[in-house]
Structures are given as C-alpha cells and as structure tokens.
Design a protein around this ligand. Structure first.
Ligand code: HKS
Ligand code: ZN
Ligand code: ZN
Length: 305
C-alpha cells in the first residue's frame, strides 16, 4: 500500500495565521530551518489509481494540487478519490468536505454514528452538502472493531479503533463522551500483510490501542505537542496538551516512551502543532527523535508499505 501525507500539521497549520511564537514567526521570516505545513490528512492507495482519503482538511484543495495523481483525467469531470474516511468531527478534519461539493455523484463518506450526528447537527456539513453533491454515508462499525473495505480500494482491510477522547466543542454531546467520537485506523494490506496504524489524535494509550500498535509495521501517531505545558510556557493558553486530547511526546508515559518498545520499522509523528519544537530541523528534540527511530511527517511524505 502506498501512503501519501497530504498535510502534517495540527489544526491551524504551520505557520498559524494569528501566531507569533518562535516557530511561526521564524518560518514566516525565514530565520529558522523549518518547512511550512498544511493541516493533517493522508491518502492511501493499493493500485496507484484509486485513492482513499483519511480526513478532509481545510487545506484540501492545495493538497490535491500537490498530488496530480488525484486527477486521472479519464472524463470531463473526474477524480481518483473513491471515498473519505473521517476519524472525528473536528473542524481541521472535516471542513475540506465543503471544497468537494461540485461532484455529480454523492461523496462516499465513512464515519461513525457519533461523527454523523455531529456533522448533521452541531456542524451540519452533511446537510449543507445535500444541496450540492450530497453525501453517501457509510457507517463505520466500532462496537466489535469489525473490519470493512471500501469499494474500489482493493486489498486494504480497514478497522476502526475507538479512542477515548472528547467530541468537538460544537457537539451536542461534548461533555458526554461516546464510543465513536474519535477513532484510530488500522489498515492491513491483505497482499503483503503489512499493517499501518494511523491516529492523528491520541489522548491516552489504552490497552486495546497498544495491542494494535504492537501489530503495526508502521505507526503514524499524534505529534501535536512536545511537552504537556507547551502552550502555557509560551504564554498562549492555559490548556495542557492532555486537556486538548493529545498525548505529549516527552516525559513519563509520553509518546516517545510509548513507542520505544514497539517493533514497527517506521514510527512517524503527524498532526504537529505550530508550537512544537520538533518543527525545527536542527532542534535538539529532533536529535532525540532520531535516536529513537522516530520520523517527523512533512507535507508530501510518500512511502510504500
Ligand atoms: C493553537 C492550536 C492548537 C490545537 C488544539 C487542538 C482543541 C480543539 C478542541 C487541535 C489542534 C490544534 N493550533 N480541537 O492554538 O496552537 O477544543 O476540541 O486538535 O489540531 S485540540
Ligand atoms: Zn487537530
Ligand atoms: Zn505558533
């Protein structure tokens, strides 16, 4: 299976429009060694013709332009995107759906009941799209971690891994978490047997999540913050990384410690917040990651598993 990073930043992208932290200010002025990044999303293909998207970021049109294979030009109007899987109902993972409204057939969207509820009530994107291309909703099973396949995406078995985290601020059940508010994804290439685990938001490493992480040949996981108090130290907000539903990389029980014993050949951090020191190529934190065999995703990163 081929994996393409469409975007590698957390919500807001990098630099973030209203931010003047050392990273955002430095990348804008060209005074630091760091690459700008769009908001997180990946595309996966098993045949290099048909593609499956995971999340639809607000930067989706820019991301499509950077991957010309998404437009195979077989007809006057065409796309190689067969479907979109949504992992939660966050703005940074769903707003791009508005940009795909011109299609003549309904968008094939896979998401849980809970995400469907948020996207028809709290933030009724699906209802709005009903006035354009429409949405063909395919419910994602979570209860028993049943796997499913997407039409046109052969040889990839998809399993949703329910994650305990919060629904978005506009969700009718923001303060009443339900299974299916957030999922991680296990992708298995049934030809090679290789397993990818993708989870751009991980609040905690629950036992059932760790089991899947042990099976993976490639891990693409939450890279939002380096330290739990990163936003506080910069004087940006009182919110801790863990309060926001993102396990920090450093410290006891952090992502680095979690990844260390896992056998996966590739370990990649994605959904990186603009405040994270790992965005600087020459940061000491990057050396630490290198020693741990952990890579930092960048826009356009492309590999075959
Ligand atoms: C900044 C943001 C930080 C950020 C926070 C979250 C909070 C939110 C909620 C996130 C993200 C980026 N870029 N989703 O100010 O620096 O309250 O539910 O997901 O991508 S979590
Ligand atoms: Zn986010
Ligand atoms: Zn910033």
């Amino acid at each position: 299976m081929r994996v393409r990073v469409l975007g590698s930043a957390a919500g807001g992208g990098f630099p973030q429009w209203n931010c003047n932290c050392p990273n955002c200010d430095g990348v804008r002025k060209g005074t630091i060694d760091a690459a700008p990044r769009t908001q997180s999303s990946i595309a996966v293909s098993s045949d290099n013709i048909n593609w499956l998207l995971f999340n639809a970021s607000p930067d989706i049109l820019t991301q499509f332009q950077r991957l010309p294979e998404l437009q195979p030009a077989r007809a006057i109007r065409d796309t190689a995107v067969r479907a979109i899987v949504l992992m939660d109902a966050q703005i940074d993972h769903t707003t791009g759906l508005f940009m795909l409204r011109e299609g003549k057939t309904p968008l094939n969207i896979y998401c849980t009941d809970m995400v469907h509820e948020d996207l028809t009530r709290g933030n009724p994107i699906f209802n709005i799209l009903g006035h354009f291309c429409g949405v063909a909703w395919h419910p994602i099973p979570t209860a028993t971690s049943t796997s499913f396949q997407v039409d046109g995406i052969e040889d990839i078995k998809i399993t949703a891994i329910p994650l305990t985290s919060k629904a978005p601020p506009y969700s009718p059940h923001r303060h009443d978490p339900h299974e299916g508010d957030n999922i991680g994804i296990r992708l298995e290439d049934t030809r090679s047997g290789k397993v990818l685990f993708y989870a751009p938001g991980l609040a905690a490493i629950e036992p059932h999540v760790l089991t899947i992480m042990h099976q993976a040949d490639c891990l693409m996981v939450d890279g939002t913050c380096w330290s739990n108090d990163e936003m506080r130290t910069l004087g940006i907000s009182d919110k801790l990384s863990l309060d926001m539903g993102h396990l920090p990389q450093s410290g006891p029980g952090g992502m680095i410690e979690t990844l260390r014993p896992l056998k996966a050949a590739r370990k990649i951090l994605i959904h990186i917040n603009n405040t994270n020191p790992i965005l600087r190529e020459d940061a000491p934190e990057r050396l630490t990651l290198k020693q741990e065999n952990i890579d930092v995703a960048f826009d356009g990163m492309d590999f075959t598993l």
